[in-house]
Design a protein around this ligand. Structure first.
Ligand SMILES: [Zn+2]
Length: 397
C-alpha cells in the first residue's frame, strides 16, 4: 500500500473529537481507527505494542542501541469544527485553475495563495461537505509508509516508538499518553501545515474563566439597586485592549480571546483563552485582567467579578532549547535531502507543547496538509511523499 492508499484508508474512518472525558476517548468511533492501527503495526512485528483505555497506540521497534531512541507521533482524531463523516476524498492534478469542490465552491489561488506551491502536483480534496482529515491522518500515513519501508526491507534503524494519539483537537492528547510506557529520549510530531515547516515554538496558553455575580431586582423598581451581571461582563470585556484580540493580531503578538458567554441579570460567565509566546508576557496579561476586574469591583462596591486562571501549556521552545542535538539531527536530515526547511512559530499548541514539559522534547514537522479543520482542506500528495523521505531518514539518523 502506498502512502496515498494508506491516507485514503485512514480518512474513511470518522474520528471527530467530541467533549472530553477522563476515562475514555471523546468519541467511541476513534477506537475503530485505533484498532486498525494496532493491526497494521502488529503486522510489522514490533517488539512491544500496547493500546490504552483512551485508544492511544504505542508500538516499539528495537534498533541500533548506539543511537538515541525516538518517538514519532501523529493524532488519529479530527477537529469538531467541521463534519468528518463520510469523507469523500478526490484526487485532482492541480493545473493552476480553481478546483471545483461542489456547485459554487472552489479551491483557488486567489483565496489560498499557497496553492501555487502545488502546481503540477496531485492534491487530495473534499467534496465540499466535510473536512478531509489530513490533520492528522497525513501524519499517520507518512509515519506508516516510512516504517513499513524500513521494516519490510530490513533496513538498519534506531529504536523507534510509534505513537498514535487521541483527542489532540480538544487538547487532551498528551494527558491520554501513558508517560511510563514512553521510553524514547525525544520525539517528533508529524502534524499539519507546509511540508517545509519545522516548529519549535508554540504559544504559552492560559484559560481565564470570568464569573460575575449580579444583583437582580425587578427592572421596574431597580433604580440604583440592580447590578446586571450581563452588563458587568460586557464592561469587563470592553475594558480589555480591543486590539489584543485574535482578529487583530499576528505572528508573535499575544491576545485575549472570548470564546463563550452565558449570561442573565443574576449571573454571567465568560470563557477566555490568553495566548502569548512569552510566559512572562502571558502573566502580564493575566495581571492586567486582574487589575481590570478589581477596578470594576471597586466601582460597583462588591466582589462582582471573580477570575479563575489555568495554565494549558507552555511554549515548547523553553525545553527544546536545552537540546541542541535534536536541532542538529533534523537540520542534518533536511540538508542531506536538500529540502529548504523553514521555522514556523505555531500560533497554537501541539502535542509537543505539553510533552516537552513531560520530559519528552518534541518539535513538530509539517505534512503537506492545508486549510485544516474545514471543507477547503487539501493534502498535496507530492509533499506528503517528501515527508515520507524525511521521516524515513530520521528513523535511520
Ligand atoms: Zn493536528
Amino acid at each position: 500500500m502506498s502512502v496515498l492508499d494508506k491516507f485514503l484508508k485512514y480518512v474513511s474512518f470518522e474520528t471527530t473529537a467530541l467533549e472530553g472525558s477522563d476515562t475514555a476517548a471523546s468519541n467511541p468511533l476513534i477506537y475503530h481507527l485505533a484498532q486498525e492501527m494496532l493491526l497494521e503495526l502488529q503486522a510489522l512485528n514490533p517488539n512491544e505494542i500496547s493500546i490504552n483505555r483512551f485508544g492511544v497506540v504505542d508500538a516499539k521497534f528495537y534498533g541500533d542501541p548506539s543511537l538515541p531512541p525516538i518517538a514519532l507521533l501523529a493524532h488519529m482524531d479530527t477537529s469538531g469544527a467541521c463534519s468528518g463523516k463520510d469523507v469523500k476524498a478526490r484526487i485532482v492534478k492541480y493545473d493552476g485553475t480553481p478546483v471545483k469542490l461542489q456547485e459554487g465552491m472552489y479551491l483557488s489561488e486567489k483565496e489560498f495563495p499557497f496553492l501555487k506551491e502545488s502546481l503540477g502536483h496531485e492534491i487530495i480534496v473534499t467534496d465540499g461537505n466535510t473536512l478531509l482529515g489530513g490533520d492528522d491522518k497525513a501524519g499517520m500515513a507518512i509515519i506508516m509508509e516510512a516504517l513499513e519501508d524500513i521494516v519490510k526491507n530490513n533496513v538498519n534503524h534506531r529504536t523507534l516508538e510509534i505513537i498514535f494519539t487521541t483527542d489532540e483537537e480538544i487538547g487532551l492528547d498528551a494527558k491520554h499518553i501513558s508517560r511510563e510506557i514512553v521510553t524514547s529520549e525525544y520525539g517528533y510530531t508529524i502534524d499539519g501545515g507546509d511540508y517545509r515547516f519545522v516548529s519549535i515554538e508554540s504559544f504559552s496558553a492560559y484559560s481565564m474563566e470570568v464569573e460575575v455575580k449580579g444583583r437582580s431586582i425587578h427592572p421596574g423598581y431597580s433604580k440604583d439597586k440592580m447590578v446586571n451581571a450581563s452588563n458587568v461582563l460586557i464592561r469587563f470585556h470592553q475594558a480589555l485592549p480591543e486590539f489584543l484580540r485574535p482578529e487583530h493580531t499576528d505572528q508573535k503578538e499575544p491576545f485575549y480571546h472570548l470564546s463563550n458567554i452565558q449570561s442573565c441579570e443574576d449571573h454571567a460567565k465568560g470563557d477566555y483563552i490568553i495566548r502569548s509566546f512569552e510566559d512572562a508576557q502571558a502573566l502580564q496579561l493575566i495581571e492586567l485582567a486582574k487589575l481590570t476586574a478589581r477596578r470594576i469591583n471597586d466601582d460597583i462596591g462588591y466582589e462582582a467579578i471573580t477570575l479563575l486562571f489555568e495554565n494549558q501549556y507552555h511554549n515548547m521552545k523553553v525545553e527544546l532549547d536545552k537540546h541542541p542535538e535534536i536541532q542538529k539531527e533534523y537540520e542534518g536530515v533536511y540538508a542531506k535531502l536538500g529540502i529548504p526547511f523553514m521555522y514556523e512559530a505555531i500560533r497554537g499548541g501541539t502535542t509537543g507543547s505539553q510533552l516537552s514539559f513531560m520530559g519528552l522534547p518534541t518539535p513538530n514537522l509539517g505534512t503537506g496538509d492545508y486549510n485544516m479543520h474545514g471543507r477547503y482542506e487539501y493534502v498535496d500528495i507530492d509533499q506528503m511523499k517528501v515527508m515520507v523521505s524525511v521521516v524515513r531518514e530520521l528513523m535511520l539518523a
